[in-house]
Ligand binder design. Sequence first.
Ligand SMILES: Cc1ncc(COP(=O)(O)O)c(C=O)c1O
Length: 337
Amino acid sequence: MSPGCPATSPAGPLPATRWTSCRRTLPSVVAALREELGRVNRYPDPTSGALVTELSGDLAVPREHLVAGTGSLGVTRDLLRAAAGEGDEVVFAWRSFEAYPPLVWGTGATAVRVPLRDERHDLEAMADAVTDRTRLILVCNPNNPTGTAVHRAELGRFLDRVPDQVLVVLDEAYREFVDDTDVPDGIALYRDRPNVAVLRTFSKAYGLARLRVGYAVAHPPVAAALRACAVPFGVSGLAQAAALASLNAKPELLARVATLVAERARVTHALRAAGWSVPDSQANFVWLPLGSGTRAFADACETAGVMVRPFGDEGVRITIGTPEQMDRLLKIAGDLR
Ligand SMILES: Cc1ncc(COP(=O)(O)O)c(C=O)c1O
């Protein structure tokens, strides 16, 4: 799903489309990977035991509630396979993460897409969309590609309406970029709600997208079903070692995240000052709902050697890069106004 990190375009250097992945990997993580390279002849720990132990301490959740997988995408796929099949329904907001429709399709279940309202999840409409066939609901918080996040009170009301037998999956791939204190931490929510599971990843804030490692936090029946659906030895030794080293370097990585969040605020402010409508973002990107103007904006960016991600005639997602890269983007946006 990620376009990766091309260093240059025909028109010159590109801004990072995935800022966190384009930042240099921390030396301590590189060292852990080097050490692990000498062991690639051996199968990895199928339980990701050391990583699970570390996460268990870090998040204060029991080890048996944690399941590591091949990115949070791999865990999402396994969760869907565990929960849904032909004749079932899976509800999610739309537009949201573009991997959801094909992953649901792969289970044979029907995808029920509930339109965003003002670029945000419409949780009331999502609860209304639940039928006796609904098996799972995906809530992408913050949402990709709009960056918008649902708040504690509305999510609480929503969870109260969802029947106990329906699994609610909070996809928190961008959790580390959240600075709005009204946005709930899914780990706090799942604790006394057995039908809530949380997905996190090392791909974004931790910059390990290419290694494919993420995890679910879920109550034992869900976690056990997930383990049963997972491909054995799916999480490589390299991925486990790098994830562990990244957790050990958490303060350093979170300092990078704080820099990005500050840049997000600057870019949002500048775009709004130039007259663009920009919903509040809690992720590592901002969203411009441009409607029919989407293509023209993306073309102007491409001509200037700046890559943004257009979505049909809905809008563009602009990943936050370095200040220099964002200045180039702001110049283009200003000229287009
Ligand atoms: C909302 C969301 N969830 C999950 C993922 C996938 O993350 P991972 O690399 O851990 O599979 C992405 C990637 O872009 C995403 O935007």
